[in-house]
Structure formats: structure tokens, C-alpha cells
Design a protein around this ligand. Structure first.
Ligand SMILES: Cc1cc2nc3c(=O)[nH]c(=O)nc-3n(C[C@H](O)[C@H](O)[C@H](O)COP(=O)(O)OP(=O)(O)OC[C@H]3O[C@@H](n4cnc5c(N)ncnc54)[C@H](O)[C@@H]3O)c2cc1C
Length: 438
């Protein structure tokens, strides 16, 4: 074990493993440590949207997914608060291929770790980064401890903090108020889910706003469906609810997902996990420590998707680290944080604005009813959800002129609705409320 690698990566999730692969392939000495042993579970919807797949291709991993029996899933479904159900293909607009995968994180993350090891990174499992020793951000000294209590201080030139939404290490790097979870979600694998027809499905039932439920079919034939529900911490507190109760309601008879879930059986236990969705308050660098993925508050506020941003931020971090180690000037690391704001800032801020709108029943209900009239519009809407189309697309006046064009409205009132599901999806279950126990 080298206590002085050029790069120390804390956390071997998608973010950390990606940075390790890219830097080790360039020939840098990279050590990755994770407090867990792989394969390990991570509570997630397991959805790898087109942007994630785009980076996986670049890492040479998509072939391994298909060799392992995973097939692409090319459609999304949205069931709105008003009960309209649309299903449409995924557009990619150059940000990855027009499809997704749904792969259990236990399997996916282990694959990335294996790839990082093959690239030449040293992977230390069962070792946790306790803290950044105060005052060492510019020349990092990281206290670590393994499962058996053996301590080691590591002194790399650069640290990549990829310890996720629950990362205790990142909290010692930057003030913890920047790392407060905004939402929490629960996941359960189920067998016996009927009728999803290969579409990643989102349910915007009124009692779950501002949040939603999902049912994602597995990419591998016969695999369990990943079902979950999430809500903001603020809304849960205000209503005196636990996320478990939101999940119970979502899987119960009043939810619009029930027709799909009625005959389902649980596979394994339910589990919940926090989401750090606060992009504007996120800090992504301190001295020679770069924060990537969830640790850098890079979760989409609209969909909760974070794997794509974990991968993309790590690509950007690896580029900045490579440039600064080559030049010997670590000040170049600042380019990473600036680049994230430039690349992702408008996207995230647009997504916040759209979230305010879509968390209103009339907002998502009206939007789905309008876009269901046109396959191209429906695909655009799915693109927003899967982050291939920027949320600002929906704010374009030209789009609204198209949506609200009187001749289109007249024609579509009479015509069929190409994107709308003929059976109306899950039907029009009444919007009841989630109740806290007495
Ligand atoms: C319920 C739920 C559903 C979600 N669904 C989706 C989805 O369908 N699609 C999507 O794109 N995103 C989804 N997300 C978000 C996604 O899970 C995260 O964005 C993604 O895991 C971020 O990857 P990461 O590598 O930054 O962090 P993580 O995946 O959390 O990895 C962090 C790693 O760091 C390790 N670690 C933590 N602290 C330390 C320490 N001190 N020392 C050493 N190691 C440490 C952990 O063991 C872990 O392996 C979901 C999130 C939740 C909670």
C-alpha cells in the first residue's frame, strides 16, 4: 500500500471509480478507498439514463453490460396527477444513446470497481477516510482506518472526494451545511409487476407531490422491478410523515401504480437513502480536494438522477487533475469548479424552475395533457426527465407557440393521441392523502 499516491480517491461508487479509471489509464498512481467491500448494495432506482450510458461507452463498459445479459430500455412513461399516462421513446440529442439500462447497483458498481482495478488503480476495500487533517487542504493529509482499526495517514497530491450523499469525509473538508440532504427516497425490489412493457415509469400522484414514485423494469430479462418513492425532507416534516409511509401509500390500492403492482411480491428488504439535491449551495473544491458526484451536490432536482452527473463530474475532475499534475500547478484545479458551474449551472437552475411548476397538480397534469397530443413533444418531455434535453427547453416561447397553436389544439381534440397510452395507463384512481399513524 502506497501512503503517498499522486491521487487518493475517497469512495468507489460511480463517481470515484470513474475518476480512478481515467487517471490510472493516464498512468497516474491512484489509490481508491471505500469503507465497504464490493459487491455492495447502494439504495438507488438503478436507472442509467442516456447520459450515463454515454460515459460508460467512453469507458468501454457498455459491451460488458450487454455481455452480462442486459438489454437497453428505450421508453419512459409518465402518469400525471390527473391520471393521464403517456409513453414515449427517449431522445438523446447527442448526449448519449437514445436508451437507458436498469442495473442493480450491487452489480453495476462492482463492475466499475473491477474496471478501475484493471486500469491500474489500487483499490482498498474496507478502509474509510476518517477526515482531512485540518489546515491541510492545499497539501492534503487524510486520516484513514481499516476494518480492523489499523490507522494510516495518507498524503496524496490531490484528493477526489467521491463519498456520496452520506459522505462523512466530505463533511470534514467543507462546512456540513453545504451537505444537508434535501430529499429522501425508499426502494424495494419486486417480482410479479405486470404491464410496464419495458418502460421506466414515473407516477406523479397528488399525495406524493413534491416527490414521485417510480417503477423501473430490470434490463435483464426476468430481473426484479425496482420500485420506489421519494419526497423532500421539508414536505415530510411538514406533514409529519416518514418516507416509509409514502412508500406504503404508493404500493397500496389508492396509488396510480397499483394496477401494475397489485400482484407483486417483495424481493429483499426495503431501504431508504438521502439525496443531496442542493446544487447552488454545493462546494466542489477546497485546495487540492475536488468533490464529485453526490458529494458535490450533483443530483438533478427534477428526477433525482445522479449517476450521470457523478460520471460526468468525475470526467471533468480527472481532466483538471491531469492538467494540473502535468503542469505541476495545482491552482489549475480551480478550473474544475468553474467548469461545473458553466456546464451544469444553467441546466440545474432550469430544472429547479421546472420542479416548482411540475410539483403543482395543474402543472404536471396540464403539461402531460398538452404534450400527449404530439409524439415529438412527448419525446421532448421524456428528454427533460432523462436530462438529455435541458429543462430550459420547456421555457422556450417557440415551443409554447407550437403547443398552443389553435389549429393544432382543434385538430388534436378530434384526432388520436399518438403518445397517449390507449388504456389510460393506471386509470384514474382518486387522489387520497398519505396519513401519518396516530
Ligand atoms: C432511492 C434513490 C434512488 C435513486 N435513483 C437513481 C436513478 O435511478 N438513477 C440515477 O442516475 N440516480 C439515482 N439516484 C442517485 C444516485 O444513487 C447517486 O447520484 C449516485 O449513487 C452518486 O454516485 P457517487 O459515486 O457520487 O456516490 P455513491 O454511489 O453514494 O458512492 C459513494 C461511495 O463512497 C463510500 N464512502 C462513503 N463515505 C466514505 C468514507 N468516509 N470513506 C471511504 N468510503 C466512503 C461509500 O461506501 C460508497 O461506496 C438515486 C438515489 C436514491 C437515494
Amino acid at each position: 500500500m502506497n501512503p503517498r499516491p499522486e491521487v487518493l480517491v475517497v469512495g468507489a461508487g460511480p463517481a470515484g471509480a470513474t475518476a480512478a479509471i481515467l487517471l490510472a489509464e493516464e498512468g497516474f498512481e491512484v489509490t481508491v478507498l471505500d469503507r465497504a467491500h464490493f459487491p455492495r448494495d447502494k439504495v438507488c432506482g438503478d436507472g442509467l439514463a442516456p447520459r450515463s450510458v454515454g460515459v460508460l461507452r467512453r469507458l468501454g463498459l457498455e459491451d460488458r453490460l450487454t455481455q452480462a445479459g442486459h438489454r437497453p430500455l428505450a421508453e419512459y412513461r409518465i402518469v400525471s396527477t390527473w391520471g393521464d399516462s403517456i409513453r414515449a421513446g427517449l431522445p438523446s440529442y447527442g448526449k448519449g444513446p437514445p436508451y437507458a439500462y436498469v442495473i442493480p447497483r450491487r452489480e453495476f458498481d462492482a463492475l466499475l470497481v473491477e474496471r478501475a482495478r484493471e486500469a491500474g488503480a489500487e483499490i482498498l476495500e474496507g478502509r474509510r477516510a476518517e477526515r482531512l487533517i485540518p489546515g491541510t487542504a492545499a497539501a492534503p493529509a487524510v486520516e484513514t482506518e481499516d476494518d480492523r482499526g489499523r490507522r494510516l495517514v495518507m498524503r496524496p497530491r490531490v484528493v477526489v472526494a467521491a463519498d456520496g450523499s452520506r459522505g462523512s469525509f466530505s463533511r470534514t473538508v467543507i462546512p456540513s451545511r453545504h451537505l444537508r440532504p434535501i430529499a429522501v427516497a425508499m426502494r424495494q425490489y419486486l417480482d410479479g409487476v405486470e404491464g410496464l412493457d419495458g418502460a421506466l415509469s414515473f407516477f406523479l400522484d397528488q399525495p406524493m407531490l413534491p416527490g414521485y414514485g417510480w417503477a423501473f423494469p430490470a434490463s435483464r430479462e426476468g430481473g426484479p422491478v425496482n420500485v420506489g418513492a421519494g419526497m423532500t425532507v421539508h414536505a415530510l416534516k411538514r406533514r409529519g410523515l416518514k418516507v416509509r409511509q409514502v412508500m406504503d401509500w404508493f404500493m397500496g390500492p389508492d396509488s396510480r401504480a397499483f394496477p401494475y403492482l397489485a400482484g407483486a411480491r417483495p424481493v429483499g428488504p426495503r431501504a431508504a437513502f438521502p439525496l443531496l439535491i442542493d446544487f447552488p449551495r454545493g462546494r466542489r473544491r477546497r485546495g487540492a480536494v475536488l468533490l464529485v458526484g453526490d458529494a458535490g451536490n450533483l443530483i438533478d432536482p427534477l428526477s433525482g438522477e445522479g449517476i450521470g452527473y457523478a460520471l460526468e463530474s468525475s470526467v471533468a475532475a480527472a481532466e483538471a487533475i491531469s492538467a494540473s499534475l502535468h503542469s505541476g500547478d495545482l491552482r489549475e484545479l480551480a478550473g474544475y469548479e468553474r467548469g461545473i458551474w458553466k456546464e451544469l449551472g444553467p441546466e440545474f437552475l432550469g430544472a429547479y424552475a421546472l420542479r416548482q411548476f411540475l410539483q403543482q397538480p395543474w402543472g404536471n397534469g396540464g403539461m402531460v395533457r398538452l404534450i400527449e397530443r404530439d409524439e415529438a413533444l412527448a419525446r421532448g418531455g421524456m428528454g427533460v426527465l432523462s436530462n438529455t434535453v435541458p429543462a430550459t427547453w420547456l421555457l422556450k416561447p417557440g415551443l409554447w407557440r407550437k403547443i398552443l397553436d389553435p389549429s393544432r389544439v382543434r385538430a388534436t381534440i378530434k384526432a388520436t393521441r399518438p403518445a397517449r397510452e390507449r388504456n389510460g395507463g393506471a386509470g384514474a384512481a382518486p387522489a387520497t392523502s398519505v396519513k401519518a399513524p396516530r
